[in-house]
Design a protein around this ligand. Sequence first.
Ligand code: GDP
Length: 472
Amino acid sequence: GELASRMKKTGAEVVKQLIKLGVMASLSDIIDYDTAALVAIELGCKVEHEVVVTIEERLIDDHADKEEDLVSRAPIVVVMGHVDHGKTSLLDKIREANVVAGEAGGITQHIGAYRVAVNGSPITFLDTPGHEAFTSMRARGAMVTDIAILVVAADDGIMPQTVESINHAKAAKIPIIVAINKMDVPGANPDRIKQQLTEYELVSDEWGGDTVVVPISAKTGMGIDRLLEMVVLTAEMQELRANPDRAARGTVIEARLDKGRGPIMTVLVQNGTLKLNDIIIAGTAVGHVRVMTNDRGERVSEAGPSVPVEISGMSEVPDAGDTFNAVADERMARELVEQRKAEKKNASATSVKVSLEDLFSRIQQGELKDLNIIVKADVQGSAEAIKSSLVKLSNDEVRVRVIHSGVGAISESDVMLAATSGAIVVGFNVRPDNAARDSAVRSNVDIRMYRVIYDAINEIEAAMKGMLAPKF
Ligand code: GDP
């Protein structure tokens, strides 16, 4: 329709040309540039491809790296697992045991991430354990981590947050290495944990699967060397690479306001090299790299790929999970920041997420091939029952996938997982807590609560078929 009016032709003429090309389209359909160009030429118009360049595109160099410019980079590792299973102890132990030789007694600075070297191979650890930080970064579009270490206490086994961690790592498509911790506790039984893990499709390599499982003790240090070697091996298989010779790009992993020093942020460089005095833009903050400090509190003048550094010199405090870019033009950077601020204001109102109401039309338009669902229930039995009934609703057009299920109230972490995976949340005899409710409103996540399993299945089935009763 728009093409017709721009060419001052009738809709019928355009549709006729389209039919000649074998394209059956109505006036409200969208056609691609090539098709439109062919139609226009047929109708005697001159065609030029208009390229609209945004400030973002002019400012941020995102050319693809050439193969020969790439060098290997350290893996970025997150430690996840249930509370009290030993995540913090493990991170502390690794850090303690691997401070670069000669620096024993040196001050360690908690900046949100640290680096260790294992037989010469560097590894970067995110210092904030748990999947909340990880997921909130992912919810903001940041893909930071390459490998997850899942800590499971041998004396406690798989617990609700263990399952959440597994599902979060799976949703992020990163490999999971399992560390069975607290092996020093009398009666620790790693085989029982390995057995439990198989229920989540994590089959130990010793049992013919492909999940690396390492028994450790974060208290005595037992097994930690082997765990680190496994991280290095897993990273080698991923062939992680980056180009140090370009403007830096990465993610903000922590940010705060320091009374004396102003906004402080820790960034993880993911590509390129960040240098002192670089102009940087991070989310809606802009500034210069004034002071750059590494994880040992030393001032540095450069940070390459997979290196975390703390930086001061920003105009305001960005959000964790914001991407940052080193850019060449400060004036344009400020312009982009203003634009982003304006977009941020509108974004919450317009962000498109999956809801039962628009499910059918999106399935019909072929936009939605997988219907992702998160199930929370009051008891495990109900969660399982709902999960298996939902999966059975899959049909030729759409596959129903339960990407996470668990027992307990709907949490903020569930909502964030839903937001990042385009999922809806189904609660059975449970409610969202306050944080989850706020988060769902902010990120437009559809939460559905039911008291009867039959109602849940019925409503979702109806939505898939476009027969959902309207809500008043
Ligand atoms: P997080 O909540 O997962 O970070 O767990 P923490 O690292 O805080 O550990 C919880 C508790 O377990 C603490 O009291 C630790 O001292 C203890 N702990 C951690 N690792 C081990 C271990 O390997 N053996 C024993 N016996 N206790 C441990």
